[in-house]
Design a protein around this ligand. Structure first.
Ligand SMILES: C[S@@+](CC[C@H](N)C(=O)[O-])C[C@H]1O[C@@H](n2cnc3c(N)ncnc32)[C@H](O)[C@@H]1O
Length: 343
């Protein structure tokens, strides 16, 4: 008798609110119509089952990373949950075999409807299981493995994976930065997150142009990284930045500024404009970006179909700019962030 083993895997996927459908579409493109979905939090968090094993599924997603899937966590075990902490403790105790000394982090998420216990209480209860059963003291940073637990009123889901396999080592991909005193704008978080998401180190750059710079959150970060910055915006830049010795400010529309050829190794653009107009404007400035230079560009998704918007934008900026990665960041709203290298 031939016994056929049918491989499959289950994950919980998370996208920015309103973009769950796009994330599902990307997963369907990767795995075909056998990928099945069900909502956990409408338009944002969903369960999906795939016709391939867990590791194959993870590899495929990492190879062709979707733009809208912010985070994925494997579901290795499921529990019909009575809502009690004791049931969760027993379930986690019986479900996993862990090696003593593993640097493991526990990440708990839950739907709003689970109101009888906080994620903090739950984490504490599960931390104690790992410590008592496996002599593992869960870590907050630099984990080798993450035990992800997701709670809904009737069901609990848990899985173990490497932090990189989840697309983000933050629970649900919700990366947080501390708000600084006097921070110029919340937009700064987008550029901070870009550094992480695209694996960039801005201290390695010398000279940047910031198109659509006001009030100056991105400019302030680039200055902090030691870069000389040329900021362009008809609107006012934060007064505190203006006296910075490494800043040149053109209080103008970007189409009225003349930039020297090859004078920058970094171009950033965070204009809230129609994508095609923005693309044409950026294209007109590309002579100023050195070959091999980096461009980080926010694309407003407007009311158009997001995939079409990205396709059209790429048509406008290629072949001078070569796309490295496009991602909807946690700090993006109705937008995406694109990372390019100049050819
Ligand atoms: C979302 S804000 C940028 C926020 C900025 N990244 C920060 O961190 O503070 C968009 C900016 O683009 C500017 N902008 C729009 N059209 C422009 C153009 N044609 N040339 C230059 N700046 C423009 C607007 O004046 C506005 O200040």
């Amino acid at each position: 008798m031939i016994v056929e083993t049918v491989e499959s895997s289950v994950f919980i996927g998370t996208a920015n609110h309103g973009f769950g459908q796009q994330a599902q579409e990307e997963i369907r493109r990767l795995f075909g119509n056998e990928a099945k979905f069900s909502h956990v939090v409408p338009a944002e968090i969903f369960l999906y089952s795939l016709p391939v094993g867990k590791m194959d599924a993870i590899s495929k997603v990492l190879e062709q990373e979707p733009m809208f899937l912010r985070h994925m966590q494997p579901v290795d075990v499921e529990l019909d949950w009575d809502g009690s902490v004791a049931a969760l403790q027993a379930w986690i105790h019986d479900s996993f075999q862990l090696t003593e000394g593993t640097k493991l982090a526990i990440q708990i998420r839950k739907t709003e409807q689970v109101s009888q216990l906080s994620t903090g209480e739950c984490k504490k209860a599960l931390d104690s299981v790992l410590t008592d059963a496996y002599a593992i003291v869960p870590v907050a940073k630099d984990a080798e493995l993450i035990l992800s637990v997701y709670l809904t009123p009737e069901r609990a889901y848990a899985g173990i994976s490497k932090p990189t396999d989840n697309l983000s080592d933050w629970a649900g991909g919700a990366i947080r930065f501390r708000k600084e005193d006097g921070q110029v704008s919340r937009a700064k978080f987008k550029l901070l997150e870009s550094e992480v998401a695209f694996g960039l180190d801005f201290t390695q750059y010398r000279s940047a142009v910031d198109v659509g710079a006001a009030p100056g959150g991105w400019t302030s970060l680039l200055l902090e990284r030691g870069i000389k910055v040329t900021a362009i915006d008809p609107a006012k830049l934060d007064a505190g930045l203006l006296k910075h010795p490494n800043l040149t400010f053109h209080k103008k529309n970007a189409s009225d500024v003349v930039l020297q050829p090859d004078s920058f190794d970094l171009l950033v653009c965070d204009m809230s404009w129609s994508p095609r107009q923005m693309a044409r404007l950026v294209k007109g400035l590309l002579h100023a970006l050195q070959s091999g230079g980096t461009a980080i560009i926010t694309v407003k998704l407007m009311h158009k179909k997001p995939f079409q918007t990205v396709r059209e934008l790429l048509e406008d900026v290629e072949p001078e700019l070569v796309l490295q990665k496009a991602k909807q960041l946690f700090h993006n709203r109705e937008e995406l962030t694109l990372f390019f290298i100049k050819s």
